[in-house]
Design a protein around this ligand. Structure first.
Ligand code: ATP
Ligand code: MG
Length: 311
């Protein structure tokens, strides 16, 4: 993985209620109370007690925070308007925030709402207590087949939901996958970083997770996310992404050629390799569909359908 950064240890508040579950929030989201829903309610910084920083990204910082009245623990992502202006992503950001607010799936991080002041935009996000999947990968190097299959199934289910809503993520990678307090996978940053992507990928980001049609700037569709599941599955099991190389140029070439090989160690089952091989296919029409991923023998045999597998 190309993106490496220090991982702050969040001080763990108790596993929390979330805004869509508890009493007041539940009331808020009923149609009888439309102005009161977390999305449309007028939030301000005074509604939150700010806790520890959880991390920082390209456009700002993320803090654990607690809504004063309900005591709900959330993650507050602070973006600086100057930065948003500098990269000219204001419209994109707004559109994608609206998309993410509308998505409701157990494996997609909720965006409850947002507000702003003079200099900053604040996103009220579901708090992922378990942090980045990236941290876990680094700790364990590779995941067990059971855990890897559980995550791939969770991702496939979340993507079925998104693709039905005409949403393509295009930027799924371990840094954008978070874990909740039970160990359930949550896709974060739902698409809204898309516009800044070209810059990032050519300048300092990683190509590792991108499908051949994306790195070559060709027309693309939902199948780009399916490719990424193949890359992730490989990385979960072998500890490195399949097309990793010294330079971006070499990674680019390996992706375009689909230069795929499996190391002798660690030992990985033939069924897992079969799934990866059927996902990392250049011809998008021959790439395995999400439905077929969910029915694949390796998934059936290994994945925990609850989405929770902590060993
Ligand atoms: P990018 O700017 O490309 O999105 P990023 O994903 O690293 O980069 P942020 O989304 O700003 O940046 O998040 C910074 C870090 O904060 C994440 O890597 C993660 O460790 C932590 N974080 C972000 N959102 C949450 C959340 N909802 N719950 C817990 N931790 C979070
Ligand atoms: Mg992020």
């Amino acid at each position: 993985m190309a993106k490496r950064k220090p991982e702050p240890e969040p001080e763990n508040p108790e596993p929390q209620k979330t805004l869509n579950r508890g009493d007041s929030a539940e009331r808020d989201t009923t149609p009888e109370n439309p102005e009161e829903s977390p999305e449309t309610r007028k939030w301000s910084l005074n509604d939150f007690e700010i806790g520890k920083p959880l991390g920082r990204g390209k456009f700002g910082r993320v803090y654990v925070a607690r809504e004063v009245k309900s005591k709900y623990v959330v993650a507050l992502k602070v973006l600086f308007k100057k930065q948003i202006e500098k990269y000219n992503i204001h419209h994109q950001l707004r559109r994608e925030m609206e998309i993410q607010t509308s998505l409701r799936h157990p494996n997609i991080l909720r965006l409850y709402g947002w507000f702003h002041d003079e200099e900053r935009i604040f996103l009220i996000l579901e708090y992922a207590h378990g942090g980045e999947l990236y941290g876990l990968l680094r700790e364990n190097t590779c995941l067990t087949e059971k855990r890897a299959a559980t995550y791939i199934l969770s991702l496939a289910q979340a993507l079925v939901y998104c693709h039905e809503k005409d949403v393509i993520h295009r930027d799924i990678k371990p840094e954008n996958l978070l874990l909740d307090h039970e160990g359930r996978l949550k896709i974060a940053d739902f698409g809204w970083s898309v516009q800044s992507k070209n810059k990032r990928h050519t300048m300092c980001g990683t190509l590792d997770y991108l499908a051949p049609e994306l790195v070559q700037n060709k027309a693309h569709d939902y199948a780009v996310d399916n490719w990424t599941l193949g890359v992730l599955c490989y990385e979960f099991l072998f500890g490195v992404p399949p097309f990793e190389a010294e330079s971006q140029k070499d990674t680019f070439q390996r992706i375009v050629k689909v230069d795929l090989s499996f190391p002798a160690t660690p030992q990985v089952s033939a069924e897992a390799k079969d799934l990866i091989t059927k996902l990392l296919v250049k011809d998008t029409s021959k790439r395995l569909s999400l439905q077929k991923i969910m029915e694949h023998p390796w998934i059936i045999k290994n994945a925990d359908p609850t989405g929770i597998c902590n060993n």
